[in-house]
Design a protein around this ligand. Structure first.
Ligand code: N01
Length: 838
C-alpha cells in the first residue's frame, strides 16, 4: 500500500491522538468526535459569502447554508454532506462548502438533513428531496435563475445525490443538470470486494460502514433503490455524472460499479479514481493537497458538462499571415479549424501598426506567400517596400480569395488555453466567454504583437493626445500644425519620424539609444524586374528557403579583417547603396562575429551620419556607439537622418538629459519642460514571449506557461514545448523567426506543423510533445550559436533586455533559415525524433 505522504501523516497524528473508532461510540459521541476532527482543520476561504436559511420539510424544518463565491457563479449546487447518514452537519462541512464554492464557482447550498438513528431511512432522503425542491423554487432569491443545477455529495451524501437524481427523474422533479458523486455509497448489500480488502480499511472500515447502515436502514430497506441506487430498476435518462473514488477506500468498488452501470445505461460519466487516497480525503481540503486537486478536477468536469462547448480539430490563435496560412493548410487537409483574432480584420502586424510611414523592410516580392502559384502570379506589388495599407489589402485579398473569414471569429481575444489530460484536448476560452475544445492549438500570435506599456513616469498625467505606434488608431491621425513628441528611435520611430516631421509644426525626438539605419532607396516596382521574378518564381522561392535570412541575396564568404581598407570602403559603400536590410551585413562573413570587423562597418555608418546631419551636436547624438552594428535590429529608412536638418525637428539625447516625468502639458527632462499637443510612444514590444504569455496557457498538471518559462522560454525548435502537448508556436522563441524574412519562416513552420498533425492522425496518435531532453539539447545548441556571435553584446529586445524583469537570453535561432529548415525536415523524416507521440 502506498498512501500519499500527507495522508500518512494525518493518519499517524490521529493514531497518536488516540482517535476512537466511530463504531465503538454512541451516535451522539461519534458526532462529537467527527465534529472535533473537522473543526481542528483550518477554515475555508473567507471571501465566500455565507447565510443560513430554514427549509420546511415534513413536520419540521432543517437548516441549510448558502455559500456564494467571490467570482460570478457558473452553477447552483445542492450539496449533501457525508457521515454515513448518522454523523456530520453543515458546520463540520463549512470549509468544504467554501472551497467548493470558490473552486467550482458555484452557489453551494449545504443541506443539514436529519440523521439516523433518530431519523432513519427514508427521512434523510425526503429531507434532501424537499431541500432540492426548495432550492429550485427559490432560484430568484438565490440569484441563480438561469444557472445549471448540480446535486453533489460525498460518501452518504454521494448516495443521497445519486438517489436525488433518480427520484427527480421518476417524479418529474427539478431538472438536475449534473450529479457529482464523491466516493458514494451505492450498494446496501455490503458485499463489494473492496469491503474485504485489508488495505482499504482506513478512516472508514467495514465495521464503521456496517454501523452506519445498521443505524440507517433495516435489511429490507437497504435494498430499496432510494437506499441503494446501484440496485435501481434502471438508470437510463439520468443526468450526466461526475464520479470520483479513492484507491484505498472500502467504497471504491461501489463507486466504480455505479459509474459502469450508469455508462451501460447510456448516461455520460466522467470517472476518476484518486490513487494513493483514502476515504474522506475530499472533505479535508486544508490538510490534504489531493483534496484541492480533486476539487479542481470536479470544477473542470463541471465546466465540461455544463457549459456549452464547441468542438474543433484545431484552434488557431491569431489571423495575421501565420494564422491565415495555418487555417488554409489545415482546412485543405480536411480539418475543422476555428481561428480567433483580437482585431476586427485579418492582417496581424499590418492591421495594428498603421503609424505614418509603416512599411515592410524586406522587398515585397520576397515578403509574400509562395504557397499558391495563382496568388503569387496575380498579386501586383506597387513598391519595392510596400506600405502598410497595401500589405493589409494583400492580407484581405488572401482571406477573400481562399474564403478564410468564415472560420475566423474577429474581435475575439483568447483568454486561456488549458490542456485537459483526461480528454487529451485543449479547452480554449475567449475573453467574451466562448469555449472551444480542440485536439490542437496553434499559437499564431506573432512575435511583435504585444505592445509594451511605456515605462515612463507620469505617463497618465498628459492631457494632450497619446499614441502608440503598435496600436495606431484606424482612422489615422492628423498632426498638421501640432507640436509632437516621439519617444523611441527603433524601427517604428525611424519610419514614423520623417512622416510626422512633414506635418507637425514642431517635432521633438526623445532618443535613449541611437539607432543604426541605412537608406531603403524605396521606389515603385519596376515591372520588367517583377515579371522576370514571376517568370521564375519557383527558383526564387527555392533560393529564399535555403538562404540564411530567407531572402535571395547571398552573404559574402570572405572576411572584412582580411580585406584592405579600400576594399572594405568599397564594399560598405555598395552595401549602403544597395537599399537592402542585409545589404551592409552581407558584405563580409565576419561582421556579426568579430568585434573588430564590426567596428569597421559601424564606423562607416557613423561617418555617413556625420556627413548627413548638419548640426554637429545633433549628429554627435545620433551616433550609435555602445553596441555593435546588427546586434540590435538594424533599420532601413527614407530620409531619417536628413529629417534632423529640418528647422521644425530637434533631438533630445536622453542619455544626457533623461526624462524626469511626463507632465499634464508635455515632457520634463532634467533640463526643463517642453509642451506638446501629442506624444507618440514608439517604445516597442514585449517581443517573442509577450504574445504567448499574455494568454493563460496551462499544460499537463495545470502547469502555467508563465511558470514553465519563468527563467526564459524553453522549447524544441521554437515550435513545441515539453509539458504542453499538441500546442504549436508559429515562429516561436528559439526559431529563426525575427532574424528572418517572416513570410518564409511562417510558411516553413505552418507546413511543418500541418505535416506533423497529419502524421499524428494517420498514425492514430492523440498527442505529441517534445521530450525534455530534446528541449534541453535545443536550448544548449541555440545558446551556443548565439554566443558565437556579437548579438549578446547589445541590450536589445532580441535579448529580452527592453522589458524590466524579463529573463535575459537570446530569443531566436541564429543558425539561419536554410539550416534550420533542414534540421526540422530531418526530424520529421525520422519519425519526429526528440518528440514523444502517443
Ligand atoms: O521597437 P524597438 P520598434 N524611455 O524596441 C525606446 C520590427 N519592426 O517598435 O533602445 C525612452 O525597436 C528604445 O530605446 P532603447 C523590427 O523587428 C519592423 O521600433 O531601449 N525610450 C528604442 O529606441 C523592430 O526591431 C518594421 O534604449 C524608450 C525604442 O523605444 C521591432 O519591430 C517597422 C523607453 C523602441 O524600439 C520593434 O521596433 C517597425 C523609455 N522608457 C518595427 N522604452 C519594418 O520595417 C523604450 N524606448 C518591417
Amino acid at each position: 500500500m502506498q498512501l500519499d505522504l500527507a495522508t500518512t501523516s494525518l493518519l499517524a497524528s490521529m493514531a497518536l491522538n488516540e482517535t476512537p473508532a466511530l463504531n465503538t461510540l454512541s451516535p451522539e459521541d461519534a458526532r462529537l468526535v467527527f465534529s472535533e476532527i473537522n473543526r481542528s482543520m483550518p477554515p475555508g476561504p473567507a471571501q465566500v459569502l455565507s447565510r443560513d436559511v430554514e427549509i420546511p420539510v415534513a413536520g419540521a424544518s432543517i437548516r441549510a447554508r448558502i455559500l456564494t463565491p467571490s467570482t460570478p457563479a457558473k452553477s447552483l449546487m445542492v450539496y449533501y454532506h457525508g457521515g454515513g447518514w448518522v454523523i456530520g452537519n453543515i458546520d463540520d462541512y463549512d470549509a468544504v462548502g467554501r472551497h467548493l464554492a470558490e473552486t467550482c464557482q458555484s452557489i453551494v447550498v449545504m443541506v443539514d438533513y436529519r440523521k439516523a438513528p433518530e431519523h432513519p431511512f427514508p427521512i434523510p432522503v425526503d429531507d434532501c428531496y424537499a431541500a432540492l425542491a426548495w432550492v429550485d423554487d427559490n432560484r430568484s432569491s438565490l440569484e441563480a435563475d438561469t444557472l445549471p443545477l448540480v446535486v453533489a455529495g460525498d460518501s452518504a451524501g454521494g448516495n443521497l445525490s445519486a438517489v436525488m437524481a433518480i427520484q427527480s427523474r421518476d417524479s418529474n422533479g427539478p431538472k438536475i443538470d449534473l450529479q457529482a458523486l464523491i466516493y458514494p455509497i451505492t450498494d446496501g448489500r455490503m458485499a463489494a470486494k473492496s469491503w474485504g480488502d485489508e488495505d482499504k480499511q482506513l478512516f472508514l472500515t467495514s465495521d464503521i460502514m456496517s454501523y452506519f447502515w445498521t443505524h440507517y436502514a433495516d435489511a429490507e430497506a437497504r435494498l430499496d433503490q432510494r437506499a441503494s441506487p446501484l440496485l435501481a430498476e434502471h438508470l437510463r435518462d439520468l443526468p450526466p455524472a461526475v464520479i470520483m473514488t479513492a484507491e484505498f477506500d472500502i467504497l471504491v468498488d461501489e463507486g466504480r460499479a455505479y459509474a459502469e452501470a450508469l455508462t451501460a445505461a447510456d448516461v455520460t460519466v466522467s470517472y476518476k479514481d484518486f490513487t494513493q487516497q483514502m476515504h474522506g480525503f475530499f472533505a479535508m481540503p486544508a490538510a490534504l493537497p489531493a483534496a484541492a486537486k480533486a476539487m479542481q478536477w470536479l470544477a473542470q468536469e463541471m465546466d465540461r458538462h455544463l457549459i456549452a462547448t464547441e468542438r474543433r480539430d484545431v484552434v488557431v490563435v491569431g489571423a495575421g499571415f501565420s494564422g491565415m496560412y495555418q487555417l488554409y493548410k489545415l482546412r485543405e487537409q480536411g480539418l475543422d479549424v476555428q481561428v480567433f483574432e483580437a482585431g476586427s480584420d485579418v492582417g496581424g502586424t499590418w492591421y495594428w501598426n498603421r503609424y505614418p510611414g509603416a512599411r515592410v523592410d524586406i522587398e515585397s516580392m520576397a515578403y509574400s506567400f509562395s504557397f499558391s502559384e495563382e496568388l503569387q502570379q496575380e498579386w501586383q506589388w506597387s513598391e519595392k517596400y510596400s506600405p502598410q495599407p497595401e500589405l493589409l489589402k494583400y492580407a484581405q485579398h488572401i482571406a477573400d480569395r481562399f474564403e478564410l473569414k468564415r472560420h475566423i471569429a474577429f474581435d475575439t481575444r483568447v483568454a486561456s488555453a488549458h490542456f485537459d489530460e483526461d480528454a487529451d484536448e485543449w479547452l480554449v476560452t475567449t475573453e467574451c466567454g466562448k469555449r472551444v475544445r480542440a485536439q490542437h492549438v496553434v499559437m499564431a500570435t506573432g512575435v511583435l504583437s504585444a505592445s509594451k506599456e511605456p515605462d515612463i513616469a507620469g505617463r497618465d498625467n498628459f492631457k494632450g493626445d497619446t499614441y502608440r505606434t503598435g496600436l495606431w488608431p484606424k482612422e489615422g491621425v492628423d498632426f498638421k500644425g501640432k507640436r509632437v513628441a516621439v519617444i523611441g528611435t527603433g524601427s517604428s520611430a525611424v519610419q514614423a519620424i520623417p512622416m510626422i516631421a512633414q506635418e507637425a509644426s514642431e517635432l521633438v525626438v526623445y532618443q535613449r539609444t541611437a539607432t543604426f539605419t541605412t537608406p531603403a532607396l524605396n521606389h515603385p516596382v519596376k515591372q520588367d524586374e517583377a515579371e522576370a521574378i514571376k517568370a521564375n518564381y519557383s527558383d526564387y522561392r527555392a533560393k529564399q528557403r535555403l538562404n540564411v535570412l530567407g531572402v535571395v541575396n547571398e552573404r559574402a564568404v570572405d572576411r572584412a579583417l582580411d580585406a584592405t581598407a579600400e576594399e572594405r570602403e568599397r564594399r560598405f559603400a555598395a552595401g549602403w547603396e544597395s537599399g537592402l536590410l542585409p545589404g551592409m551585413l552581407f558584405q563580409f562573413a565576419d561582421l556579426q562575429v568579430e568585434q573588430e570587423a564590426n567596428d569597421h562597418i559601424s564606423e562607416y555608418i557613423r561617418d555617413r551620419i556625420r556627413d548627413t546631419v548638419k548640426d554637429p551636436q545633433t549628429a554627435q547624438d545620433l551616433l550609435p556607439n555602445d553596441y555593435p552594428y546588427g546586434t540590435k535590429r538594424p533599420c532601413i529608412d527614407t530620409n531619417y537622418y536628413e529629417t534632423f536638418n529640418q528647422d521644425n525637428v530637434s533631438l533630445v539625447n536622453l542619455r544626457r538629459t533623461p526624462i524626469e516625468t511626463i507632465t499634464e502639458s508635455g515632457i520634463k527632462t532634467t533640463v526643463g519642460e517642453h509642451e506638446f499637443d501629442a506624444i507618440v510612444y514608439a517604445t516597442g514590444f514585449d517581443a517573442m514571449t509577450g504574445p504567448l504569455l499574455r494568454v493563460d496557457i496551462r499544460g499537463r498538471d495545470g502547469v502555467k506557461l508563465t511558470d514553465a518559462w519563468c527563467d526564459g522560454p524553453r522549447s524544441y525548435l521554437g515550435i513545441a514545448i515539453h509539458g504542453f502537448p499538441n500546442l504549436f508556436t508559429i515562429t516561436g522563441p528559439s526559431s529563426p523567426s525575427v532574424l528572418s524574412n517572416m513570410l518564409v519562416s511562417i510558411e516553413q513552420h505552418v507546413d511543418w506543423v500541418s505535416d506533423c498533425i497529419q502524421w499524428l492522425r494517420e498514425g492514430n496518435k492523440k498527442t505529441i510533445e517534445p521530450a525534455e531532453s530534446a528541449e534541453q539539447e535545443w536550448a544548449a545548441h541555440t545558446e551556443q550559436l548565439a554566443n558565437m556571435t556579437l548579438y549578446p553584446k547589445a541590450n536589445s529586445w532580441y535579448m529580452g533586455a527592453n522589458v524590466p524583469g524579463k529573463p535575459r537570453m537570446f530569443l531566436a535561432y541564429v543558425g539561419g533559415v536554410g539550416t534550420y529548415r533542414l534540421i526540422c525536415d530531418q526530424i520529421a523524416a525520422s519519425g519526429y525524433s526528440g518528440f514523444e507521440a502517443a
